[in-house]
Design a protein around this ligand. Structure first.
Ligand code: ZN
Ligand code: ZN
Length: 235
């Protein structure tokens, strides 16, 4: 085998996103333990959070802006899904992020079916330029590209983060809201209709709520959120 082939095989052969086992992007064991949000019941009809009973609006999303009409996610943020996002984001594994993005892209037509015909464009939650430089990519932009391609609607990557907000990890609900309030501004052409906003993980919804406020100021009449993972306060 030529040296170049060896090197390519070494660098580009997939490993399990959950446990790191070589051979595939998910090993069969991790694949079996992925939990799709759509398989969890009951859930809040607006934010997809696990609710004690089905309700129009749960405690998680009661203080979201009215324009944020729905949030959906593919997997629960736990076990192999949590590990996968950590590997991709904190080890800068772009190729892995693209694999996760195609998975979200493939699932998006079904998840977004109720809003699909209203969506005018796809917008990713941005990283601050300093963090983007550190990581080499914005994970939400990679997810948004795959979803926009699958749904065949334009991608507009012009939401900007004006402050280098500290990480949301380890913060309480009210600290998360204060940390990102007013952190985004739209720098593109005016928006219209329902915008699809993409993030990698939704926890309290503080980040997507702050993003929604900026999109509404730019002309969007409603915002639907799609994320790769949904963390709930129960997990
Ligand atoms: Zn595995
Ligand atoms: Zn809710």
């Amino acid at each position: 085998m030529a040296l170049r082939d060896c090197v390519e095989r070494w660098f580009f052969s997939p490993t399990c996103s959950g446990c790191g086992w070589p051979g595939a992007w998910w090993c069969s064991e991790c694949q079996r333990s992925l939990v799709r949000v759509a398989d969890c019941h009951p859930r809040c009809v607006r934010c997809d959070g696990l609710a004690p009973k089905p309700s129009a609006v749960c405690a998680d999303c009661v203080d979201w802006p009215a324009a944020l009409i729905a949030a959906r996610a593919l997997f629960l943020y736990r076990g192999p899904v949590r590990a996968a996002l950590h590997r991709a984001k904190y080890r800068g594994e772009r190729r892995r992020m693209e694999e996760l993005a195609s998975e979200l892209g493939r699932a998006s037509p079904e998840i977004l079916a109720p809003w699909r015909s209203d969506l005018t464009c796809v917008v990713p939650i941005p990283l601050h330029p300093l963090r983007r430089r550190e990581r080499g990519f914005n994970q939400s932009a990679i997810l948004a590209k795959a979803v926009a391609g699958q749904l065949d609607i334009p991608l507009h990557d012009q939401l900007q983060r004006t402050r280098d907000t500290a990480s949301q990890v380890g913060r309480t609900r009210s600290q998360r809201w204060a940390n990102v309030a007013g952190a985004f501004v739209w720098s593109g052409s005016p928006l219209h209709g329902t915008v699809l906003l993409i993030d990698d993980t939704i926890t309290t919804g503080a980040t997507v709520a702050a993003g929604t406020t900026a999109l509404v100021r730019a002309g969007a009449s409603a915002v639907v959120v799609l994320a790769f993972a949904r963390a709930t306060e129960q997990f």
